[in-house]
Ligand binder design. Structure first.
Ligand SMILES: [Zn+2]
Length: 451
């Protein structure tokens, strides 16, 4: 028995255990009030099936091509002689049709009772015929399932029904076998349409989304939110929300144990308006990215060290555009999230939160950056903090990562802070492993020689 080696081994083990167990815990949830004032979800484009709609449409996935949706309309009655119009949204491209005349992007007819109309459209890049926010993203399809945009209808009310199994949402439709999973967050119903071809567990995700719903007071709060997880990766995006409404398409495999948490990110988009105020368009992706990290941390799904490391990585981003006018450019996600993380940490010190400003920010079409700055100032943020933030937003000064939970490590260069979580885990593994090997061998000697 070598006492020196035993003590050294136990010392290394205690170092690793100390590092493992005495990390900062997740912060308490800032607010936990489920939404109490929900607005009606935007009227379903296809009206609910009460059997009285003058036009019915049966929706199917084309047999010969996974990526084509076919709708067969039957005109039950049109005694008022109204024009019936169908508009294909971003992400859909007309393949062929019968019974309509084409008027620009719109299909149009004045149908008679008993008429049958057909429409076939294929999935295409979002920016196919107009500048979309994610021009290279698209909806997805596979054998026996498709997630596609839902057409807009005008004129007589329309009921859309899947020809076989499926779910027709306002902006997004799913055809194929699925199960439906719902939860209530105050007045808001959150529903996941889970394709049979996906393997994730919906319960922890619903729980996480309803906690996220309670973390932001105010803003847009639809009475229903539908999530359509895609069995396949979504090209050029991890997910998106069409038209700031209540339908989300997301990659089903997207991790919830990551600061990038796309599930929360996309949910945040359903709580936003379009920020059209001057120098404020970056807030769209910045707030979705920041709250994805912050609410994932609050819910204990990542550690404070992982949170700080992610923000430090975002701060390392080398931008190619300005933050002030960014929309879906990388800088809005990365530097934008760092800006908000630093502002929120300063607000906490003054007894406020960014979340409490959420309602004001999400008024119709959102404030300008200068109005946002005045709101921060009225909550006691110092002139120097505001100047520093303005330099990042308006003059592209590189943000300082300023770790919130590992502030003792803030002397480290940004490139190391960006990997602090991996360095930390390696430290625990190497030191703990060495301690276990050394002490274990000595203890084994004792056991081995005692018989
Ligand atoms: Zn986004």
């Amino acid at each position: 028995m070598n006492w020196y080696r035993l003590v050294l081994g136990l010392f290394l083990l205690s170092l690793a255990a100390n590092a493992l167990f005495f990390q900062p815990g997740p912060p308490p949830m800032q607010t936990s009030t489920p939404p109490e004032d929900c607005q009606d979800s935007p009227l379903p484009r296809p009206v609910p099936d009460d059997g009285t709609a003058p036009v019915t449409g049966e929706v199917a996935q084309a047999v010969e091509n996974n990526s084509i949706v076919e709708i067969n309309y039957t005109v039950v009655e049109n005694s008022s002689g109204q024009a019936f119009t169908v508009t294909l949204p971003s992400g859909a491209k007309l393949v062929n049709q019968s019974g309509f005349s084409q008027d620009g992007d719109q299909l149009r007819t004045i149908p008679d009772q008993g008429d049958r109309l057909t429409l076939r459209y294929a999935l295409t890049k979002m920016g196919h015929d107009e500048e979309g926010q994610f021009p290279n993203a698209s909806y997805t399809a596979g054998p026996e399932w498709i997630i596609a945009p839902t057409p807009e209808h005008g004129g007589p009310d329309v009921t859309l029904q899947p020809a076989a199994s499926g779910f027709i949402g306002l902006d997004i439709l799913y055809l194929g076998e699925y199960t439906r999973h719902s939860t209530m967050a105050g007045c808001q119903n959150i529903t996941i349409i889970k394709p049979e071809a996906t393997g994730f567990d919906p319960e922890p995700r619903l729980n996480m989304l309803s906690n996220a719903a309670a973390s932001l007071s105010g803003g847009t709060t639809y009475s229903t939110v539908y999530v359509f997880p895609s069995p396949k990766p979504i090209p050029a995006a991890d997910g998106f929300v069409p038209e700031f409404q209540n339908n989300i398409i997301i990659e089903a495999d997207a991790s919830i144990h990551s600061a990038w948490n796309v599930w929360i990110h996309e949910y945040i988009h359903t709580r936003q308006v379009e920020y059209s105020g001057e120098n404020f368009s970056w807030f769209q992706e910045a707030s979705a990215t920041y709250y994805a990290a912050q609410l994932t941390l609050e819910q204990g799904l990542i550690s404070p060290i992982e949170f700080d490391a992610a923000l430090a990585r975002y701060a390392q981003h080398q931008p190619t555009t300005n933050l002030a006018t960014a929309e879906s450019e990388d800088i809005a996600y990365r530097w934008g999230a760092v800006v908000l993380a630093r502002l929120d940490a300063s607000l906490w010190q003054r007894g406020h939160t960014l979340a409490e400003m959420w309602n004001d920010i999400n008024q119709y079409d959102g404030p300008s950056y200068s109005k946002f700055e005045r709101q921060l100032s009225s909550r006691g943020l110092s002139e120097s903090r505001l100047n520093e933030t303005r330099a990042i937003v308006e003059r592209n000064a590189q943000p300082d990562p300023s770790p919130v939970y590992t502030s003792r490590m803030s002397w480290l260069p940004g490139a190391l802070l960006a990997h602090i979580s991996a360095i930390y885990q390696s430290f625990v593994a190497i030191v703990g492993g060495a301690g276990l090997a050394i002490a274990g061998r000595e203890l084994w000697t004792v056991v081995g020689t005692s018989d």
